[in-house]
Every structure is written in structure tokens, then in C-alpha cells.
Design a protein around this ligand. Structure first.
Ligand code: PAF
Length: 282
């Protein structure tokens, strides 16, 4: 399996694929790979002739230096995992300098308000960082298709908007959330949970499922209140936000309207570790 650390090396590979008329699927990751990433990569392998996986802990999308420092970095085991999946995968694992040059900074994007909802409120600048790194990667890799998990549903909508803004031709593919048997959505951050936190964390998905069940019969206010009550007596989990929002523009709602698609979004702290999840409600 080829692993490139240099921009020029991956560009050379990409040029040879394009010359041969081969399609390129791209799965961007920050490493610490889990089954959720592997599901995206497996889909990319089925749908493209070449698959490039980036492993890059992107400094511009972290709000706190603590989170950036503590983010798990497991490049050697990630590479082993990928080579077991397919020797055909090409890994791009650059340094920040290879991606950004000497100036590690974000482009300031106007994602038409998508960036100001939920994650945007609690992680200012986060989506500028995501947009910027993907802008660089899409330019380097020129993929036909790029794959993203719906766990980061807001990110997925923002990436679609980025493609519009930057007039790029890559097709953005959203893939279902991959869960532990307990219901906990897979995330690289789960590696940092202690046993007590792991034991309590299935509550997040069970709450989302209950909200989905009750969505047709209960008001949004009642559901919001019920969710915040579920966390009051919990010593391990602290609710940061819960919102029911329109799937199209991610604006939270007070009242439901006909013929509109809604999702519930949640962010919870288990100690210092932030967990997010979401569910389609109708
Ligand atoms: O979802 C992630 O892991 C990151 O936000 C991404 C898309 C790889 C950009 O750094």
C-alpha cells in the first residue's frame, strides 16, 4: 500500500490516474480509524477505481489547543488497518506545512448561515477550518466522489455548500452513522472514554430514538424539556445542546410544519470528551 507524506508525490499519483481515465474516490479522515471510517472506505472501493484516504489532524478546525493536543494519533495502526482492507488504497498523511505552507490559517467562508447553527455556536471558526482543509485536499486530489459520515450531519451540509461556493465538481456522498452495539455513534474520540463514561454513553442514542418515536405526537417544547431532564441526574454526561432542526438549513424550530424534513441533534460532554449524534425524525 502506498503512503505519501508529500503533496508532490500524491499529485504525481493523481496525475497518472487521470491520464489512465481512472475515477478517484476520496475519504478524508483525521486518523484513529474505526469501523465507521472503514465503512466509508469500503463504499469508496466499490464505487471508484482508485481510493485515496487522507489521515491528517487538521489544526485549523480545533477550537482549543487542548483538544488538538489530545486528539488520538495512531498513524502506524491506521496504516496496518487500511492495508488489511485493501493494498490498493493510497494514503495521504501530510504534515501541516505540506497542506498549508508556512501560514496555517483558515479561509473565512460564508456558508449561508449553516455555520452559525449548533456546532458553529459552540465551536467558533471550526467550519472555516474544515472548509479550508477540504478546499486544499479537493484541489490536490481532484476526486470524483468524496465520502462523509452523517454523524457530522452539519459538516456534511457545509461540505456540499463548499462545493457550490468553490464551484468544484466533486460529488459529495453522505453515509449512514455507524454505531457500537450499545448504540453509541462511532467516533475517534470514543477511544478516550473511561469505563463509566462508556457505560452511560448509550443514553445519547436511546434519547434520540425516543424523540423520534414521540415526534409525531409531542410538541417540540415538550421534547426539548424531556431531553434536558434526562441528563439532570446523570453524573457522567452533561448536555451541551439538544435541538430539533430543519434538515435543509439546520435552523432549530419551535413548531413543526407540514412537508418539512426534521432531524434532532445533540452534543454531550462525558468529562472533557465531547460526543455528538443526530437522527432523522421523519
Ligand atoms: O470529519 C472529520 O474527520 C474532519 O472534519 C475532516 C472531514 C477529515 C476534515 O479534517
Amino acid at each position: 500500500m502506498r503512503v505519501h507524506k508529500k503533496r508532490l508525490d500524491i499529485i504525481a499519483d493523481v496525475a497518472s490516474f487521470i491520464k489512465k481515465g481512472e475515477t478517484i474516490g476520496f475519504v478524508p479522515t483525521m486518523g484513529a480509524l474505526h469501523q465507521g471510517h472503514l465503512a466509508l472506505i469500503e463504499r469508496a472501493l466499490k464505487e471508484n477505481q482508485k481510493v485515496i484516504v487522507s489521515i491528517f489532524v487538521n489544526p485549523t478546525q480545533f477550537n482549543t489547543s487542548e483538544d488538538l493536543v489530545n486528539y488520538p494519533r495512531t498513524l502506524d495502526s491506521d496504516i496496518k488497518l487500511l492495508s488489511k482492507l485493501s493494498e490498493e488504497i493510497i494514503v495521504f498523511a501530510p504534515t501541516p506545512k505540506e497542506v498549508y505552507g508556512d501560514q496555517i490559517s483558515s479561509i473565512s467562508y460564508d456558508f449561508k448561515g449553516l455555520e452559525n447553527e449548533m456546532e458553529g455556536k459552540f465551536r467558533p471558526g471550526h467550519f472555516d477550518g474544515v472548509g479550508t482543509v477540504l478546499y486544499h485536499f479537493f484541489n490536490i486530489i481532484t476526486p470524483n466522489k468524496a465520502y462523509f459520515g452523517e454523524k457530522d450531519f452539519q459538516q456534511l451540509q457545509i461540505v456540499k455548500k463548499l462545493i457550490e461556493i468553490e464551484k468544484m465538481s466533486v460529488q459529495i456522498i453522505g453515509c449512514p452513522i455507524y454505531r457500537e452495539e450499545s448504540g453509541l455513534a462511532l467516533s475517534s474520540r470514543n477511544k478516550r472514554l473511561n469505563q463509566k463514561q462508556l457505560d452511560e454513553s448509550p443514553l445519547i442514542y436511546s434519547i434520540l430514538k425516543q424523540v423520534k418515536k414521540d415526534f409525531g405526537t409531542k410538541s417540540v417544547t415538550t421534547l426539548n424539556k424531556w431531553v434536558s431532564e434526562q441528563f439532570k441526574a446523570n453524573d457522567e454526561l452533561t448536555l451541551e445542546y439538544f435541538e430539533i432542526a430543519k434538515a435543509s438549513d439546520l435552523k432549530s424550530i419551535k413548531r413543526k410544519q407540514k412537508d418539512t424534513k426534521y432531524r434532532a441533534f445533540i452534543a454531550v460532554f462525558a468529562g472533557e470528551i465531547r460526543l455528538i449524534d443526530n437522527i432523522a425524525l421523519n
